[in-house]
Design a protein around this ligand. Structure first.
Ligand code: AMP
Length: 221
């Protein structure tokens, strides 16, 4: 991986728009999109040993153990050809230990993080976003029944394949995911603020305005 490539982390609660903004970054910078939730869902779909264990935790809105997640990311960084031009981490790190282990791993490879972008939004706005969300499992593309409907109801715009509602996209699991977010993930904002690579973007705006703020922060606007 060249060390002038884009290397960033997207931080934000479920429904804040990480999965909407990441493809914009992929398109503009050609970096690999590593969404740990998508990787785990693919393990669940394949019914691997990890997938079977992860499903229960995910459906309850819990977190997968740190070491499992760190190893997953390390293996992607080493083997995924999409990451040779950098990476966009979406959903990882989610805890301070994950952030520390990521920093140590990247320092060893001499490819430190450049930016940590927080998509900041109030919890009250997330229920409507999450309960109306539809996703295309193979690509991670997401839609919303009201705010961003697919061209044909229930089908992915690009492949025409069926969209699904995630089993953890319900009000009960969301509540737990938000509690975990505030308790375990939000502290990483301070962690990155201390190293000077953090910036917050108002994620309650329309996606195109969020994108333009992200670009501004990356010095591209
Ligand atoms: P997401 O698609 O990012 O909302 O992730 C869905 C679920 O996968 C989360 O609610 C967690 O159960 C699990 N998960 C994803 N990324 C991580 C991570 N970095 N650490 C622990 N659990 C994770």
């Amino acid at each position: 991986m060249a060390n002038d490539s884009l290397r960033i982390v997207l931080i934000g609660p479920p429904g804040s728009g990480k999965g909407t903004q990441a493809p914009n970054l992929v398109k503009k910078f050609g970096a690999g999109h590593l969404a740990t939730g998508d990787m785990l869902r693919s393990q669940v779909a394949k019914k691997t040993e990890l997938g079977i264990k992860a499903k229960k935790i995910m459906d309850e809105g819990g977190l997968i153990p740190d070491d499992t997640m760190v190893n997953m990311i390390e293996s992607e960084l080493e083997n995924n050809p999409a990451c040779k031009n950098g990476f966009i981490l979406d959903g990882f790190p989610r805890t301070i230990p994950q952030a520390e282990k990521l920093d140590a791993m990247l320092a060893k490879k001499n490819i430190p993080l450049q930016k940590a972008v927080e998509l900041k939004i109030d919890d009250e706005l997330l229920v409507a976003r999450i309960t109306g969300r539809l996703v295309h499992p193979a690509s991670g593309r997401s839609y919303h029944k009201l705010f961003n409907p697919p061209k044909v109801a229930g089908k992915d715009d690009i492949t025409g394949e069926l969209l699904i509602q995630r089993s953890d996209d319900n009000e009960g699991a969301l509540k737990k995911r938000l509690v975990n977010y505030h308790k375990q993930t939000e502290p990483i904002v301070d962690y990155y603020a201390k190293t000077g690579i953090w910036a917050a973007v108002d994620a309650s705006q329309a996606p195109k305005n969020v994108w333009s703020d992200v670009l501004k922060y990356l010095g591209q606007h």
